[in-house]
Design a protein around this ligand. Structure first.
Ligand code: ATP
Ligand code: MG
Length: 429
């Protein structure tokens, strides 16, 4: 195939054999979110570039290096969304959804775009399911978000494969004081820092904690920690969160170097990580962003949320062989018809059966074919029964019903009795 007809590197087709796993994950989570009272929001994949530059923050990897930004035909700078929080906050503000202190508990799902180095678990178009809550400042809702994700891991069988890392970033004043101490410490070791971190020492020093460079990470082992700079209120907030996680029995590890890659977080931050996927081990990440809404020009509005990486979770489910066997089940019946008059009758019969037995998986042969070839297709479909409708059956208003998965005899069933006779199929998965 010529190069122009290939997908863009790092942007994957999700093929029919993979989509059942995706749908399973999405449906499981959507169902769970409904139970907790969260509502879905859908926002555009394109926004004005300024939204992300302002919301995510200059000096972050995402804004500095990873955005897909272009001018549209009108000369406006647009960006394919690299994450879902900024667009959700924009929509909430634009439609006044959080006005008057109104609580909003929202979720979204969809593709995100980042110009990264594609590798296992890291792509240029990837998918997130995320949750954002507005106007609840306390640690109770932070705990609910974590409990919600924990319930998802249990529903998927992943509870033993992931673990929770937790930190508090404190108030912006606490972070400012800490920033000074960290910069002082790192300045003395400037030559040992990787290039990115040297640059960030002036532009955005806390990001250095997030560095993936091993030597930099080693340097950070003895650096001052944010914990020692936490303000009283943030400390109490963090204690409140820990107490609630303890009450539910959710285990966590405090990681004082957890800062998250995006700029808008304060107080609670958390990540669910796994050691089963190699380097790309974070499957879900989030935290509190009480300052973001006012950064966009809204009234101060507490916010907290998280996003999970769908590709990484599907990969994890596949790796651990946790996908239920029957995600794309075979038809219950495959209906064969021979000759135009029988085909017409078969189609009408099939539609009547679908009315009578919602949930019946019924495949009607298309493309005609001999008796032998249609029966072969019926067998290949994995159906339990082949229903056969030829000239003779048409005249007698019956179908031949041939069991395909066991040695039972073919039977003749009157059209009028068919729904009743097929009803037991529905008890099969
Ligand atoms: P990382 O440190 O792995 O780059 P991040 O901090 O940039 O992650 P977030 O912006 O917090 O990631 O996104 C939340 C989740 O989305 C991540 O934990 C991960 O599961 C997933 N994710 C982020 N970037 C990608 C990507 N390029 N490809 C696949 N999944 C991704
Ligand atoms: Mg990243």
């Amino acid at each position: 195939m010529s190069k122009s007809l290939q997908a863009i590197r790092g942007m994957n087709d999700i093929l029919p054999e993979q989509t059942p796993a995706w749908r399973y994950l999405e449906n499981t989570f959507a169902h769970l979110l409904k139970g907790y009272g969260y509502k879905e929001i859908r926002v555009p994949v394109l926004e004005f570039t300024e939204l992300f530059a302002r919301g995510i923050g200059e000096g972050t990897d995402v804004v500095d290096k990873e955005m897909y930004t272009f001018l549209d035909r009108n000369g406006e700078s647009l960006t394919l969304r690299p994450e879902g929080t900024a667009g959700t906050v924009r929509a909430v503000l634009e439609h006044g959804l959080a006005g008057g202190g109104q609580v909003q508990k929202l979720w979204y799902a969809g593709p995100m775009f980042r110009y990264e180095k594609p590798q296992k678990g890291r792509y240029r178009q990837f998918h997130q399911i995320g949750v954002e809550v507005f106007n609840l400042p306390g640690p109770d809702i932070d705990a609910e978000l974590i409990a919600l994700t924990w319930r998802l891991w249990q529903a998927l069988g992943l509870a033993d494969a992931v673990s929770l890392q937790l930190n508090s970033l404190g108030s912006s004043e606490a972070r400012a004081a800490y920033r000074e101490a960290l910069v002082a410490y790192l300045k003395e070791r400037y030559e040992l820092l990787d290039e990115d971190s040297q640059r960030r020492l002036t532009s955005n020093p806390l990001r250095i904690l997030d560095s993936k460079n091993a030597q930099t990470q080693a340097l950070l082992a003895d650096a001052p920690t944010l914990h020692d700079y936490l303000d009283e209120e943030s400390r109490a907030h963090f204690d409140g969160l820990k107490a609630r996680l303890d009450a539910v029995g959710i285990r966590y590890e405090i990681n004082p170097r957890l800062v998250r890659g995006l700029d808008y977080y304060g107080r609670t931050v958390f990540e669910w990580v796994t050691d089963k996927l190699g380097a790309q081990g974070t499957v879900c990440a989030g935290g509190r962003y009480d300052g973001l809404v006012s950064q966009f020009g809204g009234k101060p509005t507490p916010g907290v949320g998280f996003a999970m990486g769908v590709e990484r979770l599907v990969l994890l489910l596949e790796t651990l062989q946790l996908l239920p066997a029957e995600l794309s089940p075979a038809p219950h019946v495959y209906l064969c018809a021979f000759g135009e008059p029988a085909e017409l009758a078969a189609l009408a019969l099939a539609e009547r059966l679908r009315d009578q037995l919602p949930g019946l998986r019924l495949q009607v042969n298309a493309g005609a074919g001999s008796f032998k070839s249609q029966l072969k297709k019926a067998d290949k479909s994995g159906a339990l029964y082949a229903l056969v409708l030829g000239e003779d059956e048409l005249a007698r208003q019956v179908v031949g019903c041939k069991p395909l998965r066991d040695q039972g005899e073919q039977q003749s069933i009157a059209w009028a009795d068919l729904a009743e006779r097929l009803a037991p199929c529905l008890e099969q998965a």
